[in-house]
Write a protein that binds this ligand. Structure first.
Ligand SMILES: [Zn+2]
Length: 163
């Protein structure tokens, strides 16, 4: 072998060794990068799990809230219905009572010469001077509802006793 060829071979061996070191280094670096990547992916998985947990918590809270809302709404609807039913009943009773009272008053007024409401004094109707049955007299004194004289049909009232 001549000297130049030997020199060339040595140079090639050295280059080869340098290349092998470089490859080894790259492999190490690559391994580290892979490890880091795996760690990041694991962290991402954890974060994803946390997000999912929070989301399901939120969903159940929303469901609860919706249920409460529905409950309140149905309570309100019930109360509304009760109120409007009571209002309707009040109106129909008022119409009945008032209408009845007015027509009764007008009828008596026209039949009895302009006096529809008379006092009862000592159990006697001051319209027709008839003695009222004691039971009726007691009821009139109790003043719980409207009473008519059984004889002249006038509306009866008692003067409140002066005290
Ligand atoms: Zn009478």
């Amino acid at each position: 072998m001549d000297k130049r060829m030997r020199m060339n071979r040595i140079k090639n061996v050295k280059e080869l060794q340098a290349l092998q070191r470089e490859i080894e280094l790259m492999r190490q670096t690559n391994g580290e990068l892979e490890e880091e990547l795996i760690k990041i992916m694991q962290e991402m998985d954890e974060i994803k799990t946390q997000i999912e947990t929070k989301e399901s918590e939120m969903a159940s809270m929303q469901q609860e809230w919706q249920a409460k809302q529905n409950e309140l709404q149905s309570e309100i609807t019930g109360i509304d219905a009760a109120v409007s039913e009571a209002a309707t009943r009040r109106q129909s009773i008022a119409a009945q009572v008032t209408g009845d009272l007015i027509s009764r008053y007008e009828l008596i007024f026209s039949r009895r010469g302009g006096t529809a409401v008379v006092e009862v004094a000592g159990g006697i109707c001051q319209g027709c001077y008839m003695n009222l049955p004691p039971q009726l007299w007691n009821e009139i004194i109790r003043n719980e509802k409207l009473h008519l004289c059984p004889s002249c049909q006038r509306i009866l009232y008692v003067k409140p006793r002066a005290e």
